[in-house]
Design a protein. Sequence first.
Length: 114
Amino acid sequence: QVQFVESGGGLVQAGESLRLSCAASRSTFRMYDIGWYRQAPGKQRQLVASISSSGTANYVDSVKGRFTISRDNAKNTAYLQMNSLKPEDTAVYYCNRHFGAYAWGQGTLVTVSS
C-alpha cells in the first residue's frame, strides 16, 4: 500500500499559477504511472494529467498547454504546474497511481476566482 499526500492548493485569481505537489510514502513510487485527478463540486473525479514511470506525460484537452506534470523519483514526489488558471479549474486535486489506484488521499483544494 502506498499513501499519497497532496499539497500546494489555494485561492488564486484567473490567469495566475499554482504548483501542486504529491508526496508518496514508498519508493516503489518510481515504478508507477502517476495521475493527477480533480473533482469539482457535484461532479465525478476525472483524470487531468498522467506521467509514466519513464516520464512520458499526457493531458486532457482542457489543460493542454497550461498544465505540466512532472516527477522526481528521488523524492518520491510528483508535481502539477498549473498556469493560466481558469475558474473552471476550481476543484479538489488528487494524485494516485494511474492504473490500479490506492486509497485516495485528502486532496488539495484549488479555487480560481474570476
